[in-house]
Design a protein around this ligand. Structure first.
Ligand SMILES: Cc1cc2nc3c(=O)[nH]c(=O)nc-3n(C[C@H](O)[C@H](O)[C@H](O)COP(=O)(O)OP(=O)(O)OC[C@H]3O[C@@H](n4cnc5c(N)ncnc54)[C@H](O)[C@@H]3O)c2cc1C
Length: 428
């Protein structure tokens, strides 16, 4: 195995894992590096944040997934630098040499130059983020129940979500259901159905990448759940107890204790390393602009895939930061490595767009399958099926299906736990 071509994959998300699996029978030695010991199914993170699912339902240990793949080792490590000249990845606690490198460390949200907002308006990217958001949402209702001052109760029961893309819309829909259904009868002093859920979006529509008819349908479904939608509206400030928004020339400060951030994209810091060390070009979001074969100019041995890559060769625009491009790019990079070893010609990467799905609450979703556009129950059933299909472990698939069925029948979200350090005394 020592003389084999060494492929190092950074990141065991959708892209990195797809690449590793595609190399299963290849005559190479694969090292998959991730700073978490699990693969996370991010599309269902919002269900952890809103108490429907537990963290373990949407994560699967990387070691377990790849245990039968004999040519592959999994390392728990953080990559902090790439020395492209030496073909070496520097870890926070060591290094790894490679012949081919696949960088799939993803992206996160960004605060557009206002990183100080992050402490008040957390984003949703990791399991820790999801349990922190869950804690904030549940604590807001608990504190409102104990708070005597009506103005403060109002602020605790106002939830502002910034960003009307799929994550923001899904969070808003789930919050609407929590307030109107799940918690409806749980409190004695406050009425959870009076909670105000405000979705703020800078563009003119929510889900603006969807066809106009579907984004209009999404708006109606969210409004039915009691969500107030403020489109064409920018956030200009966030503090511990308010958010300030601007709509044209009108500025308004909304008292709120819970702001959730679902806007902006920022490529992983490894993109900047590749720019410094290997001359890669970055776009404004810090994503690496890749060649038609997903490598970086002058370095055919470095592939960049998934959310960290900006592949604009097909439509002139970067591919969307969703799971399908990452998976297809991961498979392509693996195949390209195999073909190169065989001395075969490599075709440029081509993305096959299977469409987009977003769910907006109970039996409500939008589906743009390119050849078919649906909203409501049929779209929700497709959403359900597709998400179950892509969950990595069979056990999790089964558990999630059971929990969804239970939620559907009872409206109950059983993972409504406030975890972490004690929240007491409450901030009254
Ligand atoms: C809340 C949320 C909801 C979403 N909903 C949908 C959806 O409904 N449908 C859809 O298609 N897509 C959705 N997406 C987007 C989708 O999850 C991403 O497009 C996809 O995960 C990108 O895959 P990736 O492999 O590029 O990166 P990721 O899946 O983010 O994987 C990156 C991996 O790299 C690891 N890593 C990062 N930095 C380092 C480092 N320095 N060293 C070692 N390891 C590192 C991370 O731990 C992670 O495992 C959603 C994303 C989020 C956050």
């Amino acid at each position: 195995m020592a003389e084999r071509h060494r492929v190092v994959i950074l990141g065991g998300g959708f892209g990195g894992l797809a690449a590793a699996r595609r190399l299963k029978r290849a005559p190479v030695s694969v090292t998959l590096v991730d700073r978490c010991n699990y693969h996370l199914f991010q599309p269902l993170l919002y269900q952890v944040a809103t108490g429907t699912l537990s963290p373990a339902n949407i994560a699967a240990p990387l070691r377990g997934i790849l245990k039968k793949q004999k040519n592959t080792e999994v390392l728990l490590a953080e990559a902090i630098h790439v020395d492209a000249a030496k073909r070496r990845v520097i870890l926070s606690d060591g290094w790894l040499d490679y012949d081919t490198l696949i960088v799939a460390t993803g992206a996160t949200h960004q605060y557009f130059g206002h990183d100080e907002w992050e402490q008040f308006a957390p984003g949703l990217k990791t399991i820790e983020d999801a349990t922190d958001i869950r804690r904030r949402i549940l604590l807001a209702f608990e504190t409102a129940e104990r708070e005597p001052d009506p103005a403060k109760i109002r602020a605790w029961m106002t939830f502002v979500i910034v960003g009307g893309g799929p994550t923001g819309a899904e969070l808003a829909g789930a919050l609407g259901e929590i307030a109107n259904d799940t918690l409806r009868h749980d409190f004695r002093r406050i009425d959870p159905t009076k909670a105000e859920i405000i979705l703020v979006e800078g563009m003119d529509h929510v889900l603006h990448t969807y066809p106009a008819k579907l984004s209009a349908a999404a708006r109606r479904m969210l409004e039915r759940l009691g969500v107030t939608i403020r489109t064409g509206t920018m956030v200009t400030n966030v503090t511990a107890d308010s958010v300030t928004i601007r709509d044209g020339t009108r500025t308004e400060t909304i008292p709120t204790r819970t702001v959730l951030w679902a806007a902006g994209v920022l490529g992983s810091p490894l993109g900047r390393t590749l720019a410094q060390e290997a001359g890669a070009q970055l776009d404004r979001a810090g994503r690496v602009i890749v060649e038609p074969d997903l490598t970086i100019p002058g370095h055919p041995e470095i592939f960049v895939i998934g959310d960290l890559a900006n592949f604009g060769h097909q439509t002139g625009k970067p591919l969307p930061g969703v799971a399908q491009p990452a998976i297809q790019e991961g498979r392509y990079a693996a195949k390209a490595i195999i073909q190169r070893l065989r001395g075969e010609k490599i075709e440029p990467f081509h993305y096959f767009d299977k469409g987009n799905l977003a769910t907006l609450g109970r039996a409500a979703a939008v589906a743009d399958l390119n050849w078919l556009r649906l909203s409501g129950l049929p779209a929700w059933l497709i959403w359900l099926f597709v998400h179950l299909l892509y969950i990595v472990e069979f056990k999790n698939r089964l558990l999630i299906l059971l929990q969804w069925a239970y939620l559907y029948v009872t409206y109950d979200r059983s993972a409504r736990l406030i975890t972490g350090k004690s929240p007491l005394p409450l901030d009254l």
